[in-house]
Design a protein around this ligand. Structure first.
Ligand SMILES: NC(=O)C1=CN([C@@H]2O[C@H](COP(=O)(O)OP(=O)(O)OC[C@H]3O[C@@H](n4cnc5c(N)ncnc54)[C@H](OP(=O)(O)O)[C@@H]3O)[C@@H](O)[C@H]2O)C=CC1
Ligand SMILES: O=C(O)[C@@H]1CCC=N1
Length: 266
């Protein structure tokens, strides 16, 4: 890698595209064009275009990052197929398969399919990526740099894993934020003032995440460390860990999200 990133074309600069762009900026943006009809910047160091037709004729991106909603793909991808000769396409769209994308971009186009998550906004994201056959070592290295700029990255050799990955780590932050919401609500139900309930819930979730990140112990052990024999946590966990409670709910939720990712494939 050179000091700055090579020319990039970012299609869609919403929550995830914007978070990734911020990570790339820290790595040193080269010539970077964003195409998004609605995004509100500013996006320092990058050029925001409202329409792909405005992309300068000579612009030659090394990577085209596809960060629109999956439903936009049929309208968006063919416009950028002309870059397929030289660029690697890095898609973060849920569900959309390599075969689907190559159908719009051209057979044999270099496609990396990836699934990041929103902690990318604070460089604490987790991304899982799959490189289709035909992606060169240099293109995979570039994708690794781009996706790794927002946190951890793991590569898989089986594309189908991206569907459960989407359910677990892609959507995972939403489940954790739901926990914070529900803790806050339950605190208020127990008579705790609303502002204190909010602080407690946020700090408890964030602090637990930080402890988990810093610790080498299993999550189960960290849970046991809180659970004094015959104490209060034990009573709460007896409710949450009933077979029909969280164990069942989490399994069904992940299965439902995985199934939805598969539905979005085509
Ligand atoms: N949010 C998340 O946690 C994650 C999302 N993803 C994936 O990332 C992708 C983007 O999600 P997210 O960032 O949440 O969505 P956003 O809606 O925040 O971002 C998508 C952006 O693309 C814009 N857009 C719409 N049409 C076009 C177009 N034709 N050309 C260029 N840009 C367009 C949207 O504008 P407007 O909103 O006005 O339509 C929006 O600014 C999705 O495919 C999703 O599956 C992956 C991992 C996690
Ligand atoms: O909900 C979604 O479809 C996207 C993918 C993972 C997180 N958000």
């Amino acid at each position: 890698m050179t000091d700055t990133l090579p020319p990039l074309l970012l299609i869609g600069c919403g929550k995830m595209g914007g978070a990734m762009l911020a990570g790339w900026r820290e790595r040193g943006l080269g010539e970077t064009i964003i195409v998004d009809p609605f995004a509100t910047g500013p996006f320092p160091g990058a050029t925001l275009l409202r329409d792909a037709a405005e992309i300068p004729a000579g612009f030659a991106p090394a990577a085209v990052i596809l960060a629109t909603k999956p439903q936009e793909a049929p309208a968006t991808l063919p416009i950028h197929a002309r870059f397929a000769g030289s660029a690697v396409f890095v898609s973060i769209m849920a569900g959309k398969t390599v075969a689907f994308m190559q159908g719009l971009l051209g057979a044999g186009s270099a496609v990396v399919r990836a699934m990041p998550n929103t902690p990318a906004a604070v460089r604490q994201g987790f991304t899982v990526a799959y490189a289709a056959p035909g992606v060169s070592a240099a293109q995979r290295a570039l994708a690794d740099t781009l996706l790794g700029a927002t946190g951890e990255i793991a590569w898989v050799e089986e594309e189908g894993l991206l569907d459960p990955v989407t359910a677990v780590s892609g959507g995972g932050p939403a489940y954790v934020f739901l926990l914070a919401e529900l803790l806050e609500r339950a605190a208020v139900e127990q008579g705790i003032p609303a502002d204190l309930a909010r602080r407690m819930a946020r700090s408890t979730v964030a602090g637990s995440g930080a402890l988990l990140a810093a610790s080498t112990e299993d999550a189960a052990q960290l849970r046991k460390n809180v659970t004094s024999p015959k104490g209060t946590t034990e009573r709460a966990l007896a409710v949450l860990m009933e077979e029909k409670a969280w164990p069942d709910h989490i399994s069904r939720a992940i299965a439902a999200a995985t199934a939805r990712s598969r539905e979005l494939a085509g």
